[in-house]
Design a protein around this ligand. Sequence first.
Ligand SMILES: [Zn+2]
Length: 72
Amino acid sequence: MPIYEYKCTDCSEDFEKLVSGTNPDVSCPKCNSKNIKKKFSLFGMSGVEKPVTSAGGSGCSSCSSSSCKSCH
Ligand SMILES: [Zn+2]
């Protein structure tokens, strides 16, 4: 289950919520407002580095490898 970080637009409260299902009913724990913004998942942000694949264009468009040992 992913944890999402929300921010209430009414009282500026930051809170985290475990979200299950496709239609989560999330409200502010402080003022009970539904005017909230989802910020991002804490999973995937905590210590997980995404592999950089051709950032800026490494010159090879036919393979996804960063080094073109196999296709050139
Ligand atoms: Zn609030």
